[in-house]
Design a protein around this ligand. Structure first.
Ligand code: AP5
Ligand code: ZN
Length: 215
């Protein structure tokens, strides 16, 4: 299956993607994670992306689209993938369509995670991520690790993302409304959009998502 996950920052895209990718046996491709890996490895691409991310703005398409395409062309993605954080504006959605068309492929579904803004602000404020693996995501109060600051899964150190500050989150939400939300109508027009509520426990949201994707 080829699936796109959409939703505001903090909706739980990364959290759900980890479970959905496992259940569906497809790789989880997160452009945010790819950028963060490049930044921690001090690559040229990471250096170019960092200032945009720190400001909560979109990294320019000429950097993002090539990186996403390269990742989707890796052998593990040949049978399908779950995109998280890409596309993030209509021109990225058009670039993805063109790329899939050239390869004789198409998307199966676009899963839209719906959450109220006050809840995403709370989710982001309490988020803690493992330094060893970005799929190990916790929340200080909702899904706390057994030992504060330590990952339950691998014992790694938990940290708070630099773009999770209150001011940057405000910009990220604004960018979501103005630049990313238009892709919802774009995919609705293609008959691909599936919207679910992302409220409630993580496992309940996963079940809701799996049920919606089966239809
Ligand atoms: P990116 O990394 O994609 O961030 P985002 O879209 O802002 O999304 P988040 O990672 O903040 O949230 P999430 O929805 O994954 O939530 P999570 O599962 O962690 O992008 C970062 C930046 O990179 C962008 O601002 C941009 O600069 C750049 N970028 C990336 N892609 C780009 C692109 N295509 N084009 C241009 N620029 C791009 O959950 C949040 C918290 O809530 C966690 O603590 C979690 O434990 C908790 N939680 C999750 N589910 C639940 C639940 N059901 N109940 C309670 N708590 C929950
Ligand atoms: Zn870990």
């Amino acid at each position: 299956m080829r699936i796109v996950l959409v939703g505001p920052p903090g909706a739980g895209k990364g959290t759900q993607a980890a479970f959905l990718a496992k259940n569906l046996s497809i790789p989880h491709i997160s452009t945010g994670d790819l950028f963060r890996a490049n930044i921690s490895q001090n690559t040229e691409l990471g250096l170019r992306a960092k200032s945009f991310m720190d400001d909560g703005k979109l990294v320019p398409d000429e950097i993002t689209v090539g990186m996403a395409k390269d990742r989707m062309q890796q052998p593990d993605a040949a049978g399908g993938f779950l995109l998280d954080g890409f596309p993030r504006n209509v021109s990225q959605a058009e670039a993805l369509d063109a790329m899939l068309k050239d390869a004789g492929m198409k998307l199966d579904a676009v899963l839209d995670l719906e959450v109220a803004e006050d809840e995403v602000v709370k989710r982001i404020a309490g988020r803690r991520i493992c330094r060893n693996d970005s799929a190990h995501v916790f929340h200080e109060t909702y899904t706390p690790p057994k030992v504060p600051g330590v990952c339950d899964t691998c014992g790694g150190e938990l940290y708070q993302r630099s773009d999770d500050s209150e001011a940057t989150v405000r910009t990220r939400l604004e960018v979501y409304h103005t630049q990313t939300e238009p892709i919802i109508d774009y995919y609705k027009a293609q008959g691909l959009l599936v919207t679910i509520s992302a409220l409630g426990e993580v496992k309940d949201v996963t079940r809701r998502a799996m049920d919606a994707l089966k239809k």
